[in-house]
Design a binder for this molecule. Structure first.
Ligand code: ADP
Length: 270
């Protein structure tokens, strides 16, 4: 299988992620485009990942898709649920993980993983953007900052404000009134981080906190949310620079399995 490449594509609500594995299952390229299902994001993420490793679609032996928009790609041979791909990718990124927290653009999920690396149980937020990446995106726009700068800004807070609204729309108004009252941007961001971490901690406690605890999804790139959540849960939380690619990595591993079993069948039938 040395020259055969497999691809995993995670078409999220907010971002499209793509990873490519080589014939030995090593990760050879990844790409993220910050638009998701129903946009040009999936095709762009695939093209960018291929370009990074100097390959073309013809070099791919198997493609598996996951995520909210997983059934929208015609190039795909297999679709696997988000939960399965997240669990699979997380076990690869964080060997021994037992509690997995995923905060993406629209969902917050807490999952229990067994010692053998199987998904045992999960809880998800209700259909509400509060506590998700979307919440961060909305507030970043109001504060005229980049979402990628929020951790740094929030860490500089000296007098955190409390954000009491649990609804994104009301929290946005609350932020506007804090701004109008002259509160500093780092202090408002700190309040937002605490609000997200507090909601997430409540969800995680419902599945239980068993170390090793790891966090995935785009919001895992916000080191302040990870830090505050760790304090709330009284545990350290593992993250990776590949955290946002967890689902795509899982999908690529399912693609790799499918390819391997196809090859076994072909060998057996010869
Ligand atoms: P989905 O799979 O639901 O599309 P992702 O797991 O890709 O979502 O996460 C997307 C979210 O990640 C965005 O809403 C954004 O707020 C957040 N995000 C992306 N990059 C960063 C970053 N560097 N720091 C903080 N948040 C980030």
């Amino acid at each position: 299988m040395d020259s055969l490449f497999t691809m995993g594509v995670d078409i999220g609500s907010t971002a499209s992620k793509c990873v490519i594995l080589g014939g030995d299952s090593a990760l050879v390229a990844q790409a993220v485009v910050p638009v998701g299902a129903g946009t040009s994001g999936p095709a762009r993420a695939m093209a960018e990942a291929l370009q990074k490793c100097g390959k073309s679609m013809g070099d791919l032996a198997y493609i598996c898709a996951t995520g909210y928009g997983r059934n929208s790609l015609k190039e795909v041979q297999r679709e696997v649920s988000e939960l399965s791909c997240h669990a699979r990718g997380a076990v690869r990124l964080f060997p021994g993980v037992r509690t997995l927290i995923d905060i993406g653009g629209q969902d917050v999920k807490a999952m229990n993983i067994s010692e053998e690396g199987r998904l045992m149980n999960f809880v998800m937020n209700d259909k509400c953007a509060a506590g998700t990446g979307r919440f961060l995106d909305v507030i970043a726009r109001v504060l005229e900052v980049e979402v990628t700068d929020m951790a740094r800004l929030g860490a500089a807070s000296t007098w955190p404000v409390t954000i009491s609204s649990t609804c994104t729309v009301f929290a946005e108004s609350e932020v506007i009134s804090h701004l109008a009252a002259g509160q500093k941007i780092p202090d408002i961001i700190n309040g937002i981080h605490r609000s997200i971490a507090g909601r997430t901690a409540g969800l995680v406690k419902r599945v239980g906190v068993t170390p090793l605890v790891a966090m995935t999804g785009g919001v895992a790139l916000n080191s302040e949310i990870v830090r505050i959540l760790g304090e709330e849960l009284k545990t350290s939380i593992a993250v990776s620079e590949l955290s946002q690619f967890t689902g795509a990595i899982g999908a690529a591993m399912y693609a790799f399995d499918s390819l391997s079993s196809e090859q076994l069948q072909n060998t057996g039938s010869k």
